[in-house]
Ligand binder design. Sequence first.
Ligand SMILES: Nc1nc2c(ncn2[C@@H]2O[C@H](COP(=O)(O)OP(=O)(O)OP(=O)(O)O)[C@@H](O)[C@H]2O)c(=O)[nH]1
Ligand SMILES: [Zn+2]
Length: 201
Amino acid sequence: MCAYRIRNCVEIPILPNGHVGKFFSFDGLESPEEHVAIVMGSLEQESPLVRVHSECLTGDIFGSHRCDCGAQLNEALERMSEEGGVLLYLRQEGRGIGLYAKLAAYRLQDGGLDTFEANRQLSFPDDGRDFTVAAQMLAALGVKRCRLMTNNPEKVKALHAFGLQVDEVIPTGIFVTAHNRNYLLAKAQKKNHAIKLDLPV
Ligand SMILES: Nc1nc2c(ncn2[C@@H]2O[C@H](COP(=O)(O)OP(=O)(O)OP(=O)(O)O)[C@@H](O)[C@H]2O)c(=O)[nH]1
Ligand SMILES: [Zn+2]
């Protein structure tokens, strides 16, 4: 029997249109956090739309302009309410370093460090996330291939490494604000995120 499996599934109408999302909890995942999968439409699709989304309280809940997370979350949920899909909401706040440490990293960024330098200054890795748990959740849901909404090559690599077939990588929108341009630039320049920004003059 597979070590990781579905624990529970409950239907919750979400989004302004009240579209029903099936919320799945799991047992036996690689990490103890309460990661959740939201399935919209049918899972019978050969290659469903998938978004692997790391929790960002400031962006997802409070609409922070310092990042692009909230806009990416809404974009994924809206698209999935139309064509179906699976949103994996991973409890990996702050690229895995937690909310308080992310707020401390923001203070260092206010002082001129970029998003990765700030992590390192706090003795954290650039990106502390392990996406194995995403692959395990998809496996528990019976998803063997998918179309992945991301700009982050590491997420594609992680699913491939776990034996999932990524049929298409669909870039998310580029949601630039006056406050997140350096953040997006750093991801593009240092971590090869598929983010095309005209460089500041
Ligand atoms: N440590 C740290 N974390 C940040 C910062 N800005 C955003 N984050 C976190 O970065 C993560 C962003 O996650 P995602 O949007 O899933 O992923 P991504 O790596 O940007 O890749 P995409 O799939 O292209 O969006 C969240 O956990 C945010 O809390 C920052 O300046 N420092
Ligand atoms: Zn964010």
